[in-house]
Design a protein around this ligand. Structure first.
Ligand code: HEM
Length: 735
């Protein structure tokens, strides 16, 4: 919209103008609004001058061309801290005497003559006055003067004489409106009104200040002309044909809108959309919303369009039938920064690089053969855990902390042949690093969703991200250096024993050989290792923690499980991974834990193309949240859905690997969890070892533990599981 802001408060008093209010700008635009009948759309365009320029202005500066702007030269934008109130700012062309702008003031950009104002130093009117209408009215005024002369000669003239009308209407140099002309030409009624307006003008002028020159009289009456023309324009809009056109336009808009069938959506707030509905724990809040709005809902998280799937049927359609449309993951500020600009595997877009890394993952690190080779590593770390708890016999222990240390060591040794907890300080540092990374990647960061927060660090996110990545980078650089030194030595001295290849060696081989279709960079390697730490440590440890908590709260189930182990393994040796296939009840307990407490509660994807799901149109680049937590608790598919009942898995052969869409603890399809086998091995064997070796008493003599969920990407417990391990089989523990 055009706007005018000038130095009105500093106008010369000598101006022979009608008295004005102090805030002329305000009164001017106010008046225009009144004229247009309060109808915003029919407001007279007003030009904006920049407030910042005020210091440079002189009171009498008629800015002429520099005050005008074409619509294209004004952009409505928002600036930092300018919530909800758009500001007009200068576009690169604004204020320059652009050939487009000059001479087109108050004219339709289409019909402008293009004549410049340069060199018109003698313009009497202030810059904010509409120019084109003045030219029009000057011509009109000449006609009035002629008519008055004739009247004085006694000829007399009818007010609406055809002669005057002709003179005004057919004079090509005369336009009859102060507004963009195009519309007026198509609307003859305004033309007929002009003589009446002119008569009013002359009468008013005569009554007021007879000593004024015709030009000055016009200045005083220009507002009257404008008011009447605006009234006429407003009436024009109410003609049957205008109304019909308006109706047709509305129907077209409605048809366009309704041609897209979008999933139901709760009422959104301005700017934040539905972000406020995700508190306090997103998967729980979304499950509640889906109960009200259905299994597929649409949300706007700030400016990001999202859908949430909460039923097995919709999930199947999304991740099986239309899998190819949902193979990407969305990028967030945190994942992008922590993974050296999305150079990792978990957040990499589905493409050549991701496929290559998936092969590396499945054929090297997580292949059956590799997992068998690394079985002693897992077994050793589980024994270390049992020994550590045995040392704390009878004392209160934070079980979660012990479990995270164990799973960190397993992953760390598999990836880079190094234990994280060799010294207590480093173990704590790595644990903290992994937890912080999981927290930062799982949190809803406002700058990802609200555009004007993009460069603001309202939640102190960036500072923490930088800190975490710096620490991780330092650790990884040290470990990579050590590996490279070992590799150099082994190459130089062939006699020296062959180094045992961990995942880092395999990745360095690929990077150095450079024979693969994908060239691995140092950043790729570091980001991939971070992925495996974050995806593979907390998830397994927290699953064991939830399982133990459930067993403490269900002593009869615990007793059955212990009996099963005792009867198959006996009391003389520690349970092994190889025993697990013979412990179906233990397996059922782990599955039931993963059903109620999936440590990946939501699978997050992004659509790569437009598609139709459950009859709704889903545009490309829509973020998808599959609420695994809600699906695993769907009462239609699960009897006593909220009860911890491992028996349900004994009667049914339900697999965890994404074949059954009402039970998806590891996701499904091509982007399903590649660590499922490893996770099951670690979780089942660790839980079996714990309940074989210890009884767990709850702190403070209580009979049950709290089961509240905390916030975080890996479904942590709200309160750490603190209990007192009491040794059960001293013969095993003394080994
Ligand atoms: C109980 C333990 C675990 C659970 C509950 C779990 C769950 C999940 C879930 C739900 C996903 C998303 C799947 C999807 O979008 O469909 C996922 C992805 C992933 N998980 Fe796991 N996971 C666990 C353990 C592991 C382990 C031990 C590793 C590896 C060491 C691992 C590595 C990954 C990776 C790399 C991805 C991303 C895959 C991709 O984007 O292509 N996870 N996990």
């Amino acid at each position: 919209m055009y706007c005018v802001v000038g130095e009105f408060d500093r106008m010369p008093e000598t101006r022979d103008r009608l008295p004005r209010e102090d805030d002329v700008m305000a009164s001017y635009s106010n008046r225009r609004r009144i004229i247009s009948g309060g109808n915003r759309n029919s407001e007279v365009p007003i030009l904006v001058d920049e407030v910042e320029d005020q210091a440079a202005r002189t009171p009498f500066r008629w800015r002429g061309a520099s005050m005008v702007a074409t619509p294209a030269s004004i952009v409505v934008t928002r600036q930092r801290g300018d919530i909800g109130s758009p500001r007009f700012v200068r576009s690169p062309n604004f204020g320059r005497s652009s050939p487009l702008a000059i001479g087109r003031e108050n004219m339709s950009p289409v019909v402008g003559s293009g004549r410049g104002l340069r060199g018109r130093g003698s313009i009497l009117l202030p810059a904010w006055y509409p120019r084109k209408p003045l030219r029009d009215i000057t011509a009109v005024m000449k006609a009035i003067e002629r008519r008055r002369a004739r009247q004085e000669e006694g000829e007399g003239l009818e007010t609406e004489s055809p002669e005057l009308q002709d003179q005004i209407v057919h004079d090509p140099s005369v336009s009859t409106s102060p507004l963009p002309i195009a519309g007026i030409r198509r609307c003859p009624p305004t033309v007929g009104k002009v003589p009446k307006i002119l008569l009013n003008i002359t009468n008013q002028s005569e009554g007021g200040s007879t000593c004024l020159t015709p030009q000055k009289k016009l200045l005083n009456n220009i507002e009257a002309v404008e008011r009447v023309v605006m009234e006429e324009l407003y009436k024009l809009k109410r003609t049957p044909s205008a109304k019909k056109a308006e109706r047709q336009k509305r129907v077209r808009t409605l048809i366009n809108r309704s041609s897209k069938r979008l999933p139901p959506s709760p009422l959104a707030l301005p700017i934040i959309g539905h972000l406020h509905l995700l508190a306090p724990i997103p998967h729980q809040a979304l499950a509640k919303l889906s109960k009200r709005y259905g299994p597929l809902i649409r949300l706007s998280l700030g400016s990001v369009p999202c859908i949430v799937a909460s039923s097995p049927e919709v999930c199947k359609e999304l991740l099986k039938t239309r899998e190819s449309s949902f193979l990407d993951r969305p990028q967030t500020a945190a994942t992008d920064y922590l993974t050296y600009g999305s150079q990792d595997f978990s957040f990499a877009p589905y493409g050549t690089y991701w496929k290559f890394m998936k092969i590396v993952c499945m054929s090297q690190l997580l292949s059956g053969q590799m997992l068998d080779l690394l079985q002693p590593v897992r077994s050793h770390e589980i024994k270390q855990l049992i020994r550590s708890l045995a040392r704390k016999d009878g004392k209160s222990v934070d079980i979660g902390r012990e479990l995270i240390m164990m799973s960190n060591n397993v992953i760390s040794r598999m990836i880079m042949s190094e234990r994280c907890s060799e010294d207590e300080d480093e173990a704590g540092a790595v644990r903290k690093l992994v937890q912080e990374t999981a927290e930062l990647t799982g949190k809803f960061n406002l700058s990802d969703y609200i555009w004007f927060c993009r460069n603001l660090d309202l939640q102190g996110f960036w500072k923490r991200l930088k800190e975490v990545r710096d620490r991780f980078d330092e650790m990884m650089e040290r470990i990579i250096e050590e590996h490279q030194t070992a590799r150099r030595k082994s190459k130089e001295n062939v006699e020296e024993s062959e180094i045992v290849k961990d995942l880092l060696h395999i990745l360095l081989d690929i990077a150095e050989e450079g024979i693969s279709e994908v060239k691995l960079t140092r950043e790729n390697i570091k980001a991939f290792i971070l992925d495996l730490f974050v995806a593979g440590t907390d998830t397994s440890a927290i699953t064991v923690e939830w399982a133990l908590a459930e067993l403490i709260n269900h002593p009869n189930i615990l007793q059955k499980a212990v009996q099963e182990i005792d009867s198959f393994v006996g009391k003389e040796r520690l349970v092994q991974e190889s025993d697990i296939p013979s412990l179906p009840y233990l397996q059922a307990i782990v599955k039931e834990t993963l059903r109620l407490h999936p440590t990946g509660p939501m699978s997050v994807r992004e659509s790569t193309e437009d598609c139709t799901i459950a009859g709704y149109d889903i545009p490309a680049r829509t973020r998808l949240f599959v609420n695994i937590w809600a699906i695993n608790r769907d009462p239609i598919h699960w009897e006593d859905a909220l009860e911890f009942k491992p028996e349900r898995f004994l009667s049914k052969d339900l697999d965890v690997r994404g074949q059954h869409y009402h039970f998806l603890p590891f996701g499904t399809g091509r982007r399903g969890c590649p660590g499922t086998t490893l996770a099951l091995q670690v979780v089942q064997t660790t839980l079996a070892s714990l309940i074989q070796c210890f009884e767990f008493k709850v702190e403070g003599g209580k009979s049950s533990v709290d089961m509240e969920e905390g916030a975080g990407i890996t479904l942590p417990r709200a309160y750490p599981l603190k209990c007192i391990p009491v040794s059960r089989l001293s013969s095993i523990l003394s080994m």
